[in-house]
Design a protein around this ligand. Structure first.
Ligand SMILES: [Zn+2]
Length: 216
């Protein structure tokens, strides 16, 4: 079953689960995500990131890339790409649409009533994604709303001007290669397949709807 080795180790070491992982107690029920139960080898995320960095580094320094991230879980990839393509003096940033930016910015909580309140990052990737203060110095995150960026993960179907007007190298993540060399695309099996894509949840209002709202 597909599971990152670090995740399995973390479960075994978790203080809440150690009684169970060491056999002292028995769990009544285990719920498993059975999206991938076939006998297929999956590379680890770090192996995938290493392959991606090797490929990306072969392109000229002015190449414009678009990395398709339509589901959660690619935060490490953004941070790794930004670090690999950036320099000591320049943060390499990734252009994202407003929806993704707002979503990741919401992972930083600050008390608005305190002028010098420190920020609380709600997940380990948040500082690398949206920036953080170290002492009195602000360090930018790898995500940006600046369309002049060279790497883009802006919304499918509503690409920014740079992506529309450039010769773009498209990076489409795969989850594994089958023994015959065929690639298996990330389809977001089991839900979450489009949770980073903005979808209108309300239908358009008809003139009748507007009329009934005005009368209400
Ligand atoms: Zn863009």
């Amino acid at each position: 079953m597909r599971s990152e080795p670090w995740f399995v180790n973390a479960i075994a070491r978790s203080p809440s689960l150690i009684e169970y992982s060491s056999g002292l107690k028995t769990l009544d029920t285990i719920y498993l995500d059975t999206s991938f139960v076939e006998d297929i080898d999956f590379p680890t995320k770090s192996e995938g990131i290493r392959e991606l960095l090797q490929k990306v580094s072969r392109y000229p320094a002015d190449t414009v890339f678009h990395f398709q991230a339509w589901t959660y879980g690619y935060e490490d990839v953004w941070i790794a790409l930004s670090k690999a393509l950036g320099s000591k003096t320049q943060t390499f940033q990734i252009h994202v649409d407003e929806y993704k930016m707002l979503m990741f910015r919401s992972l930083v909580a600050t008390n608005p009533n305190e002028k010098f309140a420190s920020s609380l990052h709600l997940c380990p990737e948040a500082p690398g994604l949206v920036g953080f203060m170290c002492g009195n110095t602000y360090h930018a995150g790898c995500l940006t709303r600046d369309e002049t960026a060279r790497l883009h993960s802006c919304e499918k179907g509503n690409y920014c001007t740079t992506v529309k007007n450039s010769s773009v190298v498209w990076i489409r993540p795969i989850i594994t290669r089958l023994p015959d060399g065929q690639t298996v695309a990330e389809l977001g099996v089991g839900g979450g397949g489009d949770d980073l894509e903005r979808e209108a949840e309300l239908d358009y209002l008809s003139p009748e709807d507007v009329k009934s709202l005005l009368e209400a």
